[in-house]
Design a protein around this ligand. Structure first.
Ligand code: TXA
Ligand code: MG
Length: 316
């Protein structure tokens, strides 16, 4: 049962699967997620197993609305202000409520929980129908590129998981993760919501964790989001045999494999295209993907973060 079109019957069937402890790949505005009932330890364990997730990184819990989110965590005034970005590509790490209906596997034993309300109508409807907060990491085998289309999910997992097809993801990179600690906002992961935009909304700086603080998002392993090909970053001139991931202008005379993240130089468009175009160049079979320099402002922060991880030395 793959690539489910979004009929009411499909949504009802998928809700039954989720309530019974099964897994369903769901569309969100960022990337596709591999979802399971966050209160069911067996179901959550199945996520780790099928992804081959090497250790128990905490998972993000997806809610249909603020009322559902409030059953899981304590919301401080700052957290409430940040929650105005919901539904949207922002994950809040908040103190977990003692009575939260969550398996400890979801939080990896931490006393905090990562929550978001995704901005995708089908995801919201499925969560609401299921009536359960859904734990969902990105729907890719561990260490591989996050999927931004239903087809990429099927390429990763075959027909072992039903996929609710909600079209290509509009944001294309994962959510920004903000930990709310007292009245401080600490960015654990750059993502599809720009730090500048968050700062404008809360009227205070978003802090970046010091490098030594290993807390933080334990899933942020150095090598991650890796294509099969090696990556060469800040490449202004691709060389023969490489694939080129351009941003803006394409070097004159380049006839090798090419994708352009944004011909007009728009970081938002580039974020949306990033994983898909890395997938494409990977599928072209090149050994190295040369990547043009990407500016750091706005969503450029998330793009550069993902590229640095994709280029990092791989674990054996
Ligand atoms: O856009 C997204 O966030 C996507 C879609 C599916 O929602 N999900 C996603 O999940 O990217 P995943 O599992 O690939 O990344 C979750 C990240 C990990 O780095 C994990 O360590 C961090 O969130 N995280 C989750 N709960 C946390 C917590 N309580 N404290 C610190 N970090 C947490
Ligand atoms: Mg992931």
């Amino acid at each position: 049962m793959q690539n489910q079109p979004a009929t009411a019957a499909t949504l009802a069937d998928l809700a039954v699967i989720l309530r019974a402890g099964g897994l369903v790949a769901i569309p969100t505005e960022t990337v596709y997620g591999l979802a399971a009932d966050a209160s069911n330890a067996e179901a959550v364990l199945a996520i780790y197993e099928i992804k081959g997730r090497p250790r128990f990184n905490p998972l993000i819990v997806h809610c249909a609305d603020l009322a559902m989110a409030e059953t899981l965590a304590e919301f401080s005034p700052l957290a409430r202000t940040l929650a105005r970005f919901w539904p949207g590509p922002l994950t809040l790490v908040l103190p977990k409520r003692a009575d939260a209906p969550l398996s400890d596997l979801v939080t990896a034993g931490l006393d905090t929980v990562g929550i978001r309300i995704p901005n995708h109508p089908l995801a919201l409807e499925l969560i609401a129908r299921t009536g359960l907060p859904l734990a969902a990491p990105s729907a890719n085998p561990s260490g591989r590129l996050s999927p931004t289309t239903a087809g990429q999910v099927v390429a990763g997992f075959g027909d072992s998981v039903p996929v609710l097809d909600g079209g290509p993801c509009t944001a294309g990179v994962e959510s920004t993760i903000i930990k709310v600690e007292d009245e401080r906002a600490i960015q654990l992961r750059a993502g599809a919501l720009a730090r500048e935009e968050i700062e404008a909304a809360i009227g205070q700086p978003v802090e970046l964790p010091r490098r030594s603080t290993a807390i933080l998002a334990p899933g942020m392993l150095a090598s991650h989001y890796a294509p099969h090909a090696a990556l060469r970053l800040d490449a202004v001139h691709p060389t023969a045999g490489e694939g080129y991931l351009a941003f803006g202008v394409v070097p004159q005379g380049w006839t090798g494999p090419l994708r352009n993240l944004s011909p007009s130089g728009d970081v938002r468009e580039a974020a949306r295209n990033l994983f898909s175009m890395l997938h494409d160049l990977d599928a072209a079979g090149v050994r190295t993907i040369a990547v043009a320099p990407i500016p750091l402002a706005g969503l450029g922060e998330a793009i550069n973060d993902r590229l640095a991880r994709a280029a990092a030395p791989r674990e054996a």
